[in-house]
Design a binder for this molecule. Sequence first.
Ligand SMILES: [Zn+2]
Length: 158
Amino acid sequence: MPKGVYVKTEEHKRKLSEKLKGRKPWNTDKKLSEEHKRKISRTVLKRKQKLGYINSPEARKKMSELAKVRTGENASNWKGDDVKNVTAIHRRILKLKPKNDRCDICNKVADKKGKTKLELSNIKNHRYTLNPDDYQWVHISCHRKYDKTYLNFKKELM
Ligand SMILES: [Zn+2]
């Protein structure tokens, strides 16, 4: 490299660095007004909310309310159909819908085979609902028949 160019470069570098040292950061002289600061902090907060870092006060309120509701039988997974929940629903319906001595389908105490045992049957698409009106006390045999009719009916529709 020719000498001159090298010197020039060094000098240039020094000058530039001095210039930079003397320079104040861009925002030193610009004192932010309180209002401006508030605006910035609000913008930052909003951005964070958008990105999901912080929940808005409304969302937080909703969440805390949900947490309160989400206890016991109102828990979101309560209506799920795992065995535990089905048992729990059954128990609850049993309480609300005392066992009949007559079958809700054939309206008799005993079925054709003389069996009197009734079982709780869900008549709403076999979904485990919490409404006692969705259930009926029926003979096992009547239940099977009912299911068959229901399934055939469904097949016809499809
Ligand atoms: Zn029956």
